[in-house]
Ligand binder design. Structure first.
Ligand SMILES: Nc1ncnc2c1ncn2[C@@H]1O[C@H](COP(=O)(O)OP(=O)(O)OP(=O)(O)O)[C@@H](O)[C@H]1O
Length: 307
């Protein structure tokens, strides 16, 4: 398997505080990798390290199979990126901004600029200075700039932040197009699962500087836990009956009135019958499953507890 990004034991300390801890991250060629974690989890710092903008305290980064060193330059011609908000020359138009960027990158190809503007649907704003652009338009221009040089890897830090639902939908469409039609590998960070779960092939979950999960999105979808949720007025007695009469051990008391039972081959009818026979009032008993969002939150809470 060829990895475009591969980090081993990547660690970063700022003023003695470890903000990235021992991260082994693998981004496969051609995939959209969703890099998920709450604010402050360390996503931007990792992306900055991948781009040689921040020096790791320890560990190693390999990009396109080559070890990254402080003097690696060539490899960055193969990478487009937006870290935090993209900055432009405000008085210039979208096209003028791209022309300057391409000149700076040593790329003299008008067609590439036209193509990039077309891909992000910014072809009808030629007379407009960037200072009059909406946030969504600026975000799209940032992507146009990042893809104008036809990179093989695109690193985007929270590209969806602050966009309205239409803007989000447009960007999602663009990401799939870049991945499917142009074979680009995308590394996209976000703090909201819903924003990238529909497009990511692989997901890396980071919390408190640690990569606590990295797996195929499809595997994650299959990882929903099924449980029976019991709501009762007599929680202590219900727990006693579950443990000593029904001989169940895999259950959790959630609060004063709720128990979740995680046994896989549980007969709900038998639980109800036994509880009633023992004079326990059942307010409700239902089969449920954790949603992907709940699973993600559990992961993050677990990660923060260990940070
Ligand atoms: N230059 C720096 N000096 C000191 N601390 C820093 C520096 N850069 C980042 N940090 C700290 O490192 C931690 C991780 O920050 P980082 O920006 O990487 O997180 P993030 O997951 O990208 O979150 P966000 O989306 O809020 O940027 C935070 O506690 C932050 O305050």
């Amino acid at each position: 398997m060829s990895y475009i990004v591969n980090t081993t034991h990547l660690t970063k300390q700022f003023e003695g505080k470890e903000v990235v801890s021992n991260v082994n991250m693998k981004v496969k060629q051609g995939q959209i990798y969703g890099f998920l974690g709450p604010n402050g989890a360390g996503k931007t710092t990792i992306m900055r390290m991948l781009l040689n903008l921040v020096k790791p305290s320890s560990g190693e980064i390999t990009l396109f199979g080559q070890k990254l060193t402080p003097t690696s330059y060539e490899v960055f011609k193969r990478i487009g990126s937006i870290i935090e908000y993209p900055v432009f020359y405000d008085k210039l138009t979208a096209r003028e901004n791209l022309e300057l960027h391409c000149q700076y990158m040593g790329l003299h190809n008008r067609k590439a600029i036209d193509e990039a503007l077309e891909l992000v649907q910014l072809t009808n704003v030629d007379g407009k200075a960037v200072s009059h652009f909406s946030l969504g338009m600026k975000q799209r221009l940032g992507i146009a700039r990042a893809i104008a040089t036809k990179p093989e890897l695109l690193i985007l830090d929270e590209p969806i932040n602050g966009l309205d639902p239409v803007g989000i939908k447009e960007l999602r469409g663009l990401f799939s197009l870049l991945s499917k039609q142009y074979g680009m590998t995308l590394l996209i960070s976000s703090h909201i699962l819903g924003e990238i779960e529909q497009i990511a092939d692989t997901i890396g979950v980071i919390s408190g500087g640690r990569l606590i999960e990295e797996c195929a999105m499809n595997d994650l979808r299959g990882r929903h836990t099924v449980y029976v949720e019991l709501v009762t007025t007599n929680i202590k007695k219900a727990a006693y009956v579950l443990e000593h009469i029904l001989e169940l051990s895999n259950f959790r008391i959630i609060n004063d009135s709720m128990i979740r039972i995680y046994e896989t081959d549980l007969s709900q009818a038998e639980v109800s019958k036994t509880l009633i026979m023992n004079d326990i009032e059942i307010e409700s008993i239902n089969k449920r499953h954790t949603t992907l969002e709940e699973y993600f939150l559990q992961l993050i809470e677990g990660g923060q507890a260990h940070a």
